[in-house]
Write a protein that binds this ligand. Structure first.
Ligand code: RFL
Ligand code: PHB
Length: 389
């Protein structure tokens, strides 16, 4: 089998790239390790930058997002039993859209089906070959049969654990990593959100985040030890702990109910340099991970997709390889800026095991500075709504 761009990974990065290329008449094949049902059952990101919503519109998949997504023009930060607002619209002229990654992924699969794009689910043993040549290929097993895809370019969109990054020889890549000594326990519940805006809370008991997926669907997170398992957290215990971490006024308004999803995610900062090797180009979590505190993972993946898409258009329209050659360098500039923001937000809002009294005062001083300085709030808002591509 032959295609122009072989895309490994049918998550949001791979599917968005596939849809953008398909619209330009560039052929793609998507290889996904899991079943479609499995991919669509994963609950992940919820906050989309304008850059991503514009890219989705360019890919022709923004209709439902525009109809059902919730426009947020600010967010709340809480500490010391009070909260203050960061007004994105006044500070940056921009807003963000609250729309689940799961819904976006569904929209992308529906669009791919409608356009007749080829997708293989349940692929096993996906292996990359000859990536340093102009004729790379991918082999895999599907329905017990070995298959080969010959292509011009491979887009490695297979997340943190996929094979693409590992296909770059070890002596040709450098990895930068920081792991955090805690995780996020997240739940989804069919209850109205506690506030119409997100609340990021720094509390002496640890971080908490109130988010949502709709007017009757809430998403809440609390910082928890990495040794905990979701089974340790019965719903009643979760709600009790969440309330204790929120300002009293919010806690009093919290509507609780049965959880419909509960999971723990570890927090990590990670970057692989370079993001390309020969004809292999990494996008999204395959190349970098951020802790979710700044809501940047999916959005940074979209930034990569935007750069790679434009480079591929150049390549296929007139054989110009400049965009492909500079992809890694350009993408990494934005990647490190979002790493910085996510790391800073994480440090600002969490409790760390080895924090001294002085460290805690610094955290509080930083929050007080944000509360009282418009310049400081603008600094936060500019990164939160999304740096330009
Ligand atoms: P994905 O979504 O991991 O998709 C990769 C796909 O590749 C497949 N795959 C393979 N396919 C073929 N062969 C193999 N050998 C393969 N190995 C893996 C996988 O099955 C999968 O389908 O990566 P992608 O597309 O780069 O997308 C990245 C985002 O998913 C991720 O960055 C975000 O979810 C991060 N994130 C958030 N990002 C935001 O921008 N805003 C948020 O509000 C936000 N909240 C979050 C988050 C991530 C979280 N977790 C669970 C880590 C909240 C949480 C709790
Ligand atoms: C979410 O709704 O899942 C969410 C929102 C904001 C974040 C992280 C996750 O910073």
């Amino acid at each position: 089998m032959r295609t122009q761009v072989a895309i490994i990974g049918g998550g949001p990065a791979g599917l968005l790239l596939g849809q953008l290329l398909l619209k330009q008449g560039i052929e793609t094949v998507v290889l996904e390790r899991r079943s479609r049902e499995y991919v669509l059952a994963r609950i992940r990101a919820g906050v989309l930058e304008t850059g991503l919503t514009e890219l989705a519109a360019e890919a022709g998949v923004a209709a439902r997002m525009q109809a059902e997504g919730l426009v947020h023009d600010g967010t709340l930060l809480a500490y010391d039993d009070r909260s203050f607002r960061v007004d994105f619209e006044t500070l940056t002229d921009k807003t963000v859209l609250v729309y689940g990654q799961t819904e976006l992924t569904k929209d992308l699969y529906d669009a791919r089906d409608a356009a007749g794009g080829t997708t293989f689910f349940n692929c096993e043993d996906v292996t990359l070959h000859d990536i340093e040549t102009e004729h790379p290929s991918v082999t895999f097993t599907h329905d017990g049969q070995s298959k080969t895809i010959l292509c011009d370019v491979i887009a490695g969109c297979d997340g943190f654990h996929g094979p693409s990054r590992q296909a770059i020889p070890e002596n040709k890549r450098r990895e930068y990593e920081k792991t955090y000594p805690f995780g996020w326990l997240g739940i989804l519940s069919r209850t109205p959100p506690v506030d119409e805006e997100l609340i990021y809370a720094n509390s002496s008991r640890g971080f908490a985040l109130c988010s949502m997926r709709g007017t009757e669907l809430s998403r809440y997170y609390i910082q928890c030890p990495l040794s905990d398992s979701p089974d340790d957290w019965e719903d009643a215990r979760f709600w009790d702990e969440l309330k204790r971490r929120l300002p009293e006024e919010a806690a009093d308004h919290l509507v609780t109910g049965p959880s419909i999803d509960k999971s723990i995610a570890p927090l990590r900062s990670f970057v692989c340099e370079p993001m390309q090797y020969g004809r292999l180009f990494l996008c999204g979590d395959a190349a970098h991970i951020v802790p979710p505190t700044g809501a940047k993972g999916l959005n940074t993946a979209a930034g990569d997709v935007s750069y790679l898409y434009r480079a591929l258009m150049q390549f296929y329209s007139d054989g110009d390889t400049h965009g492909l050659e500079t992809y890694s360098q350009i993408a990494l500039q934005r990647v490190w800026k979002t790493q910085r923001f996510s790391w800073w937000m994480t440090n600002l809002l969490h409790r760390f095991p080895e924090q001294s009294e002085f460290d805690l005062r610094m955290q509080r001083a930083e929050l007080a500075y944000l509360e009282t300085s418009e310049a400081a709030r603008r600094n936060l808002a500019v990164s939160y709504v999304g740096l330009p591509y």
